[in-house]
Design a protein around this ligand. Structure first.
Ligand code: CA
Length: 430
């Protein structure tokens, strides 16, 4: 491929630090004044309105169904078309955005199709039908388990299957949405009695989410070696959590109101094909750990080398222009259970997944204290507070705090792939 097909004519798209060049092209949905909601592709700092491009006829070589889905309001229909359709559209956008192809660059629609200030118009990329949250990091599960059950941090099932629960999709919001501190039942002593009021232990959880593209029919499980073919792409997720509510309510059926008040999704979906250079093998299990059962054993590289970061900025820091404080730097490749295993397990009893379903990894924590993906672990239940850039201390989140999660892939000789942000400010309880 000549160089003019590897560079883009879009200003700034090839910036080395950007992560949104021709090799990424994540997809999302934006709502534009006067135009309504549109499927969009991110290129550099711009959002490309797909319907406007389809209407020019410049991508008429794409299958009619693909063009119709790209002209829609959100990604569900396109996601359901499957890998061949995703690849054809990706290749077509790559062609039309490359420096060697002037068709779109010189077309009169380009001024309207390429949106520079899309920040406030970003929507959830698709209608999320079902949301499942896993608990797949051994560092997170061991840390949290040891706080609540020092004698037995990991329960006997943990190394045999990716543990998860069915979450709530109605309260998933897109990056930039403020979060209201939830009220809930909490207890001063383990056995109660409870009182009702604002959570005192509000936390974030750093997670990676997979949006399902093509689903499976009821009672037809997805085989592990086909599992990633069903994934449209990955996003960042902040699974906001009320720890004091969680502690009182979680037995015997698991998290409920501690998790269902809000979860924040980054808006741009990084497609699995864009992550191909960053696929890595699941390492051999440590000696003494059980091998997974046959239906959970993958014959391919199914982890992703994605750097993850969390920062916090208090209201005072933002007012003073003080940079946000980095409170976590981790990597998604440190998971014990892979996404492919989560999908194989999820469907192994016959459960059907549908286009737009969200499967989240659970908190991504690494072995080092700096790579712990939530404040519960990072401050060790509040016993080791962290200090922010305004010299205040945090055990858990305070009103006015802004949490920003970022993710990117970067290796020498490989294109940088950005995920963008997952951002939210904590508002006082109502
Ligand atoms: Ca979670």
């Amino acid at each position: 491929m000549s160089d003019s097909l590897n560079r883009s004519w879009v200003k700034g798209a090839d910036d080395a630090e950007g992560g949104f060049g021709l090799d990424n092209l994540p997809m999302g949905s934006i709502a534009l004044e006067g135009r309504g909601a549109r499927v969009a592709v991110r290129i550099g700092d711009f959002a490309l309105d797909c319907r406007s491009v389809v209407e020019t006829g410049l991508c008429d070589r794409l299958d009619r169904r693909v063009r119709d889905a790209l002209a829609g309001e959100s990604l569900n229909e396109f996601m359901g078309l499957g890998q061949v359709a995703w690849r054809s559209a990706r290749a077509e956008f790559r062609r039309l955005l490359s420096a060697g192809v002037p068709d779109l660059r010189d077309h009169k629609v380009v001024g309207a199709a390429l949106i520079p200030q899309w920040g406030s118009s970003l929507r959830l990329p698709c209608d999320i039908g079902d949301y499942t949250d896993f608990y797949a990091s051994i560092h997170h599960a061991t840390n949290v388990g040891s706080m609540f059950r020092p004698d037995q941090p990991l329960l006997p099932n943990w190394k045999h299957m990716p543990i998860g629960y069915h979450g709530r999709s109605s309260s998933i919001v897109v990056t930039g949405t403020s979060i209201v501190r939830p009220n809930g039942q909490t207890v001063a002593q383990d056995a109660g009695p409870p009182s009702f009021g604002p959570t005192k232990l509000l936390d974030y959880e750093l997670e990676v989410g997979a949006l399902i593209g093509t689903g499976n029919a009821l009672s037809q499980p997805i085989a592990i070696d086909r599992a990633l073919d069903h994934v449209f792409g990955l996003v960042l997720l902040n699974d906001w959590s009320a720890r004091d509510v969680q502690k009182w309510e979680y037995q015997p059926l698991g998290p409920f109101l501690a998790k269902n008040f809000a979860s924040t999704l980054s808006g741009w979906v990084v497609m699995v094909d864009a992550l191909a250079p960053y696929r890595v093998a699941l390492p051999s299990r440590p000696e003494g750990d059980p091998e997974p059962l046959a239906h959970l054993r993958a014959g391919h590289d199914c982890l992703f080398d994605v750097h993850l970061e969390v920062t916090i900025a208090s209201a005072a820091m933002r007012a003073a222009g003080t940079p946000a404080t980095q409170v976590c730097l981790g990597n998604f490749s440190q998971m014990y259970w892979s996404l492919a295993q989560m999908i194989a397990h999820h469907t192994s009893g016959g459960c059907n997944l549908r286009p737009g379903d969200l499967l989240a990894s659970g908190t991504v924590s690494g072995p080092e204290p700096e790579s712990r993906g939530c404040l519960l672990e990072r401050t060790w239940r509040g016993t080791q507070p962290i200090t922010l850039g305004d010299s205040t201390q945090r055990k858990f989140l305070e009103d006015g705090d802004e949490v920003v999660m970022r993710a990117w892939c970067d290796r020498p000789g490989k294109p940088r792939i950005g995920f963008g942000e997952c951002r939210g400010v904590v508002l006082p309880a109502r």
